[in-house]
Design a protein around this ligand. Structure first.
Ligand code: NDP
Ligand code: MG
Length: 383
């Protein structure tokens, strides 16, 4: 069987590194052709030495000029144009694992060209779900990597989407699951950045601490699985062993379990419909009489960002992009010690309420401009 020619966008990040670890173990399956980063060229150089890609994309032009002469056998593509050029370089599969919104246009172009895509980047679906899903169907070519959506996708294999009654996403509850409001108010960024079960980039780790991330995931699931938000719920499963459940019209429920390690959903997305033999890397779930799984209610009073995200989608597709932009600014302000983590919710709510344009948008460009609106208003409010 020939190797898949693969591009990894966000190669130096948490998901990018996990993806490359899967590739490292299966060189006969994957030819890592391209690596894209924003500016971390020191890490990129190590990856270039190891994987010998034909292309790199460096989003930041200063970093790109510093890298230019490092390895003359590698073609350096730069910035937004570089990401767009990459799509036309004959990739079989592209992993979208960058943070932020800059790769949405490249994702959209990949789907136009029917290239297989593994999608980790959250912002893409939250901001542009309606237009992305016009071009994509589940699995062929769009494969979700985020553990909850990957779990639901796996529960849905061979099923009729019309027979879904409910989707239940799980949340670990984050580092403040058992903390009081006062403790959260005083929590330092380093406390919020210590996630109990997952190891992830800093933005998503803070979003997991406020549970905005779970609200974002409900929005993504609504677009991905074409279900109204009322049919998508979340429950806390503190061990992060159950990732998602689907309840069907005949009363049956499927639940997906695995160790909390992103290489499991990533490997499935990369190699679907077959599975790669990576099970030996993880603890074997000991499903015996001694085993139990705990579930807790998601406390929406304590974690109002979760409900805010849900409400945003109910208000119309203009609102999720605004939260994405505002939250980028809010999380940055929190990480820099300018605001408390409990200030994030009122800030996002104020930004949403300050918008008085149309509730539903006509296309991707409008959605992207509302991300910028969200950033701008949040910056003004932070001042
Ligand atoms: P990280 O912050 O760890 O990594 C981000 C990566 O994206 C880095 O490689 C960064 O490069 C790169 N990057 C940022 N902007 C650009 C750009 N414009 N062009 C090219 N590359 C860029 O993030 P995570 O890996 O944690 O998350 C990535 C995405 O996946 C996010 O949307 C997140 O919500 C989502 N996700 C993450 C999960 C996780 O377990 N981490 C789980 C589910 C979803 P550089 O190093 O140069 O800055
Ligand atoms: Mg997740």
């Amino acid at each position: 069987m020939s190797q898949k020619r693969l591009a990894v966008i966000g190669a130096t990040g948490s998901i990018g590194r996990a993806t490359l670890d899967v590739c490292r173990r299966f060189p006969e399956e994957f030819d890592v052709r391209a690596l894209a980063v924003r500016s971390n060229i020191e890490e990129l150089k190590k990856l270039v030495d190891e994987f010998k890609p034909k292309y790199v994309v460096i989003y930041d032009d200063v970093a790109a000029s510093n890298f230019a002469l490092y390895d003359e056998s590698v073609k350096v593509l730069v910035g937004h144009e570089g990401l767009m050029q990459l799509i036309d370089e004959g990739m079989d599969h592209i992993v979208f694992a960058s943070s932020g919104t800059e790769a949405i246009a490249a994702l959209s172009a990949s789907l136009d060209r029917k290239i297989e895509v593994s999608l980790a980047n959250k912002e893409s679906l939250i901001v542009a779900g309606p237009w992305i899903m016009e071009k994509a169907s589940l699995a062929d070519p769009l494969r979700p990597i985020d553990s909850e959506h990957n779990a639901v996708w796996q529960c849905l294999l061979g099923e009729d989407l019309n027979e879904i009654e409910e989707i239940i996403l799980t949340a670990s509850g984050g580092p403040f699951l058992h903390s009081s409001y006062e403790e959260m108010k005083l929590a330092t960024p380093s406390r919020a950045l210590k996630h109990p079960t997952w190891s992830m980039g800093s933005k998503i780790t803070v979003d997991s601490a406020t549970l905005l991330n779970k609200g974002f995931e409900v929005i993504e699931a609504s677009y991905l699985f074409a279900l109204p938000i009322e049919k998508i719920n979340a429950v806390v499963q503190p061990d992060s062993l159950a990732h998602g459940c689907v309840r069907f019209s005949d009363g049956s429920v499927k639940m997906f379990l695995s160790e909390p390690d992103m290489r499991i959903p990533i490997s499935f997305a990369l190699s679907y419909p077959k599975r790669l033999k990576i099970g030996h890397l993880f603890h074997r779930l000991a499903i015996t009489e001694k085993w139990k799984l705990d579930f807790l209610r998601l406390d929406e009073n304590k974690f109002p960002c979760y409900s805010l995200a849900r409400r945003a989608l109910q208000m119309g597709n203009a609102y999720p992009p605004i939260i994405v932009g505002a939250d980028e600014v809010a999380v940055e302000a929190f990480v820099k010690g300018k605001i408390s983590i409990v200030d994030i919710f009122p800030l996002l709510e104020k930004v949403l309420l300050s918008y008085n344009g149309p509730s539903n948008l006509n296309g991707l460009e409008e959605a992207i401009s509302l991300v910028e609106f969200g950033r701008r208003i949040a910056r003004e409010l932070c001042r």
